[in-house]
Design a protein around this ligand. Structure first.
Ligand code: SF4
Length: 363
């Protein structure tokens, strides 16, 4: 059996499985069972073991075990206009230079805060079908200089599928690099360091086109020796590894925790990039969002504890109109914003000030 299939077959996908690792109350078990019928559960044993079973507020537990608010119904399904940006099934073209491909709806762990909860784990309606058709689009649009293979988790595709994408897109001259969006180094690192076939593919195509891994650590407890082994293996294949994180209530909404996470990432060779404001996604908003004013204060205090490399972050919200950087307060509750990436040319680098309500979490 391929390594990936074996590892996925070991994942915990129901309440009975969770009960063998955690002390669930009967109320918890009932609630989690109900939620899993709407939003699937899947957790590798490796990741479950990072939870302190004695701590009901354990941050890893919050990331992977459904909370009490998940079925509240608040929020929206598509927070950043992905439907409108779709040009071919599975491929979005929102920013001039970037094509984003939803290569799969599968992940080895379904994060409870995921902004693609509308599709991950159960709906394949938005995932890519025809690689050749997408490659032809990218070739025709010479303004596109990079492709982001996302999902779901792009490294949960079979190795043959990953190779097809890399082989196809590495031949397009206008592309400077190929990005792979993945939580695999964090939640299932052995899928990387045990799989010589996958590492061989990454090494081979890195010689043709630079591969950039965008991973997604959210808490210092995720930065384990196994995760470091996965990062080391990726770097040995020639990949550049960067991180984006989401500011999450009860996980990373503390300056010391955020600073520790980002400093630790630099120490294992992962350069932090985005800190994202949690999106108002249905099934995630009530459980995880924090107000923008509070988020800005956390990020600024955390920066005072970071080295310059860790501080290369941009605190952004992925808005329908673009990636808007939250620069900091100007006076009172007025916040300074700047478009880091704009959907519309007139917004390129535009700076603006907006007054925020103390509990406002989105624009
Ligand atoms: S790994 Fe990424 S796509 Fe999958 S559930 Fe987590 S955040 Fe969503």
């Amino acid at each position: 059996m391929a390594i990936l299939n074996r590892l996925l077959s070991e994942c915990i996908r129901d309440v009975d499985g969770l009960n063998s690792y955690l002390k669930l109350t009967s109320d918890d078990a009932k609630r989690i069972g109900e939620i899993s019928e709407r939003y699937p559960i899947c957790i590798p044993p490796y990741y479950l073991k990072l939870i302190d079973p004695e701590n009901p507020d354990d941050p890893i537990r919050r990331i992977c075990i459904p909370g009490t608010q998940e079925l509240s119904g608040a929020g929206v399904e598509d927070t950043s206009g992905e439907g409108d940006n779709t040009v071919i099934r599975g491929m979005q073209h929102k920013y001039r230079q970037t094509a984003l491909i939803l290569t799969t709806n599968q992940c080895s762990m379904y994060c409870r805060f995921c902004f693609r909860k509308r599709m991950v784990g159960y709906s394949e309606h938005e995932t890519a079908e025809h690689v050749r058709e997408m490659a032809d689009y990218v070739t025709r649009h010479t303004e596109i200089n990079n492709v982001l293979l996302s999902g779901g988790d792009a490294l949960i595709n079979p190795n043959s599928v990953i190779e097809t994408y890399l082989e196809t897109f590495s031949q397009i001259p206008a592309l400077d690099f190929i990005r792979i969006g993945t939580r695999t180094p964090v939640v299932l690192p052995m899928r990387i360091y045990e799989d010589e076939e996958l590492l061989g593919i990454l090494k081979k195509y890195n010689r043709k086109k630079q591969i950039l891994i965008v991973t997604h650590f959210n808490h210092p407890n995720e930065v384990t020796s196994e995760a470091k082994r996965a990062v080391d293996a990726l770097i040995e294949c020639g990949c550049i590894v960067r991180n984006q994180t989401v500011l999450l209530k009860g996980v990373s909404d503390d300056p010391k925790t955020l600073a520790r996470l980002l400093n630790m990432l630099v120490s294992i060779g992962v350069i932090p990039y985005y800190v994202f404001q949690c999106r108002p996604a249905r099934g995630a908003l009530d459980e995880f969002q924090i107000p923008i004013l509070k988020g800005s204060a956390i990020v600024e205090e955390a920066k005072s504890m970071m080295n310059g490399q860790a501080k290369s972050i941009h605190y952004c919200m992925s808005h329908v109109t673009g990636k808007i950087e939250i620069l900091g307060p100007v006076e009172g509750n007025k916040m300074l914003f700047k478009y880091h990436q704009a959907k519309y040319a007139e917004d390129n680098s535009r700076i603006f000030v907006q007054e925020l309500a103390p509990d406002q979490c989105w624009l």
